[in-house]
Design a protein around this ligand. Structure first.
Ligand SMILES: C[S@@+](CC[C@H](N)C(=O)[O-])C[C@H]1O[C@@H](n2cnc3c(N)ncnc32)[C@H](O)[C@@H]1O
Length: 378
């Protein structure tokens, strides 16, 4: 099987898969290949925090032109995976010089399926791009074609708790991946002082309470012809039993913008975590923090417009100053797509990790605000 993810999260996803009991776990670019049975497939959908989709390859072949692709796709025994009465959809990602139009290739695959059924049943199944019974994934790299069943459907980042979004929300899978890359131990008090819609706080709380990220939603695999509902029911039951009553750490979500806090509150309530996340209106620059040993994770604004850039330099300088003076004895992780401004924090990062937030290249940097003798950052 293949679990897809964002660039930079392959390592943490591979770790998650090993913990689930997957075998032959092998990270590749933006994905991790692994082996497992139906139970592992279901567990992967229910439990993986850093995967976007879990795909089950059904056929691999080489094709050098559209005709060859169509003929080989039509050769697949599609009725093993769907009935003529099922609706279907096809996602396609193509790269390399041979096939340059993903949408065209998806159409060719759709034709192959339609013609396959017309030959045998005298009619073709309907396409439903939004809520299909079966979703296929076509991945093409140069001449290598992999056709898979998409067991997830709507990407796993859609956990089901985001009722509203602020202007630049982090993707849930990216937020969970950052917490894993940062190595938060689920016990150290956690704070996001610029929380926006609250993605870090909700993901942190779910991790700390051992809540499965897929607990509140459905997956495409539940509609498959060979879906084993007894395994699924047992996994859902186990998930409820594994859930902790409270998080292992206090979790704080602050922002200075009342609108962001309103959105954050709604999301936290929808996730059922209102009792466990302390949401408050606070301006980071009017900071009265005295706590040592906090685990700080923040995603400050990047300043998308050109005229904001000069302000951003000053803004990031001030973030650095506040971290130095008010977060002594804490560890702070900052993710930003404004690489120039990030340099102006005036702190020496102990770690730097390259990530992409959508198409935008970002850096996740760690700053250790040592207390006492280790005054390198102060
Ligand atoms: C890029 S957004 C954070 C998005 C968030 N990670 C999410 O997933 O929704 C940056 C946030 O920083 C907040 N912010 C900007 N200046 C602030 C300040 N001085 N104090 C606290 N929050 C601030 C903004 O209101 C905004 O919600």
């Amino acid at each position: 099987m293949i679990a897809t993810t964002f660039f930079g999260l392959e390592g943490v996803l591979a770790e998650e898969l090993k913990q689930l009991g997957a075998e032959n776990v092998e990270p590749v670019t933006r994905a991790v290949a692994f082996r497992g049975d139906n139970e592992i497939l279901y567990r992967a959908n229910l439990w993986l925090r850093t995967a976007l989709k879990v795909l089950v390859p059904i056929r691999k072949f080489n094709a050098f032109n559209d005709r060859e692709f169509y003929d080989l796709a039509r050769n697949i025994d599609w009725q093993k995976y769907m009935a003529v009465s099922d609706t279907f959809a096809i996602d396609c990602v193509a790269s390399g010089p041979i096939f340059t139009h993903s949408k065209y290739l998806a159409l060719k695959c759709k034709d192959a399926i339609a013609d396959y059924f017309r030959d045998r049943r005298g009619r073709r199944p309907d396409v439903d791009v939004e809520y299909p019974d079966v979703r296929f994934n076509v991945h093409v790299y140069n001449s290598q074609v992999t056709i898979s069943l998409d067991s997830t459907g709507i990407p796993m980042s859609k956990r089901g708790y985001k009722v509203r979004q602020t202007q630049a929300p982090l993707n849930e899978v990216m937020a969970a991946g950052i917490l894993k890359l940062a190595g938060w131990d689920y016990k150290t008090p956690f704070i996001d002082p610029m929380c926006g819609s609250g993605t870090f706080a909700v993901e942190a709380c779910m991790m700390s309470m051992n809540i499965a990220p897929g607990a509140f939603r459905h997956f495409a695999v539940e509609k498959w012809r060979d879906f084993d509902s007894s395994i699924w029911t047992a996994l859902k039951k186990e998930q409820k039993e594994l859930m902790q009553k409270t998080p292992l750490a206090p979790i704080f979500a602050f922002d200075k913008d009342p609108m962001a806090l309103d959105i954050c509150t709604q999301n936290v309530e929808k996730a059922g975590l209102a009792d466990y996340i302390d949401i408050d209106r606070k301006d980071f620059f009017k900071n009265d923090n005295k706590d040592k040993g906090l685990f700080v994770v923040m995603n400050p604004p990047y300043g998308e417009r050109l005229e904001e850039q000069a302000d951003m330099i000053e803004f990031y300088k001030n973030i650095g100053n506040v971290l130095k003076s008010n977060y002594i004895g804490c560890k702070a992780w900052v993710i930003s797509g404004n690489l120039e401004a990030l340099k102006k924090l005036g702190l020496h990062p102990s770690k730097k990790i390259k990530l992409f937030n959508g198409p935008l290249e970002c850096r996740l940097e760690c700053f250790e605000m040592y207390d006492g003798s280790k005054k390198r950052n102060i």
